[in-house]
Design a protein around this ligand. Structure first.
Ligand SMILES: [Zn+2]
Length: 106
């Protein structure tokens, strides 16, 4: 379901899964909002939180993806203990721009 990468965004859905990443409320395609730093799970092992948001209705969902320990340690170091926030994706989303403009942000 997920592909772990060495570079940003560090983890992404497989093409098959990406096709299904739509909002359960309005059907809009979800947009990556942030990728969390690999963390140790309560039950042991490592996981990464991957958050997606609907640009239309604001539905927000987090996937907790289990990843191998070696990849987790590698990514944790690579990410320098900072979650990845793809601001470039959001700044170029026409739907997000329209909503922010309507609220007077720009
Ligand atoms: Zn929605």
């Amino acid at each position: 379901m997920w592909i772990i990468l060495d570079e940003k965004p560090y983890i992404k859905p497989t093409p098959e899964m990406k096709q299904k990443l739509n909002c359960i409320f309005c059907g809009e395609q979800l947009i990556l909002r942030r990728v969390g730093i690999p963390r140790i799970r309560e039950s042991g092992g490592f996981a990464m939180d991957i958050a997606y948001k609907c640009p239309k209705c604001d539905w927000f969902v987090i996937f907790g993806v289990v990843i191998p320990e070696d990849k987790a340690k590698h990514l944790k170091k690579k990410m320098q203990n900072k979650q990845y926030i793809p601001e470039d994706i959001w700044l170029h989303s026409e739907k997000v721009k329209e909503r922010l403009e309507s609220w007077g942000y720009w």
